[in-house]
Design a protein around this ligand. Sequence first.
Ligand SMILES: Nc1ncnc2c1ncn2[C@@H]1O[C@H](COP(=O)(O)OP(=O)(O)OP(=O)(O)O)[C@@H](O)[C@H]1O
Ligand SMILES: [Mg+2]
Length: 335
Amino acid sequence: MPGKADSRREQVNTQLQTMIHNFSSLRLLVVGDIMLDRYVWGDVERISPEAPVPVLQVKREDQRLGGAANVARNLCDLGVNVIIAGVVGKDSAGESVRQMLMAHGMHAELAIDEERPTTVKTRVIAQGQQVVRVDRECKNSLGRAMTSALQSALDSIDDPIDGIVVSDYAKGVVNREIVALLSDMASSRHIELTIDPKPCNAPNYKGATTITPNEQEALAMTGSAVSLEPEVVAKKLHEQLKVPKVLITRGPRGMFAWNVDEGSKEICSKAREVYDVTGAGDTVAAVLSASLASGATLFDAAELANIAAGLVVAKVGTASVSSKELLEALRGRGG
Ligand SMILES: Nc1ncnc2c1ncn2[C@@H]1O[C@H](COP(=O)(O)OP(=O)(O)OP(=O)(O)O)[C@@H](O)[C@H]1O
Ligand SMILES: [Mg+2]
């Protein structure tokens, strides 16, 4: 005879499965710091005669969508229809981003800032080990002209939208004016505004309905001591930002979810083996926002996001999870 907990899990599993099947009927708007992740792989066989540095013989190069564009890509892989809005520079990296977004079937509203480069993070990897990362970026907040260009792009969206997700990497796009517009959009359309935050921009987040900081970000935003219980930190965030739902991600320790309706819940991490934790936060933002847009409670949405993050950290090289993989993972835990 299945116990009470088993039948509750079975019921949640069935609900989550139905929800994943319906992801393809959702349209989400992603706004934030769009980046390009570049990888240069090769071998080092000698030291340079010019300086005491290794010489990399390049074998392969690759580029992927990063930052807000990786959140968008995660949503696409779940089957969600995506509109992405952000800023790129007038350069070849910006053009690559545009083409990659289009290749994924996204609708992109990209404002072009002639005064900043497209954010590019280049990882140089020798014999499988990262040797150096080269960042090209400008972290200044968007100027007045670019803010209004992005606002016009956002205002021009008249498609129905089921949710908004903001991916803030503190590169200047997520300023007070942009969040204010998104907050108005979310409240007039009665949809969720989920923000993956950076502490320095905390004062900008008024109007968010859900926030997904990692533990360090949550502590920094609230000025809390490391020893403070996650529940106390979550409540402080709620009071400070007037945000009804808080999800604190805790790396290998999983997550802590708190909200006005359900109270608090600790969710243990799922990965059996961990290969690459980069991008796990983007997967969490994507799965959580899609689930909330489908009407899931914070606890159920967080549980699914935690399963997805567990799958993504166990992968080498890819930073997203498909709806098929999520469905298989749910079947694997019974129900
Ligand atoms: N080492 C790990 N083992 C198992 N699960 C992990 C591990 N690291 C991350 N996760 C999963 O990924 C989720 C998000 O990770 P984390 O809290 O590190 O977010 P983050 O710091 O925002 O990540 P990012 O660097 O992508 O921004 C966790 O809540 C957990 O579910
Ligand atoms: Mg993060």
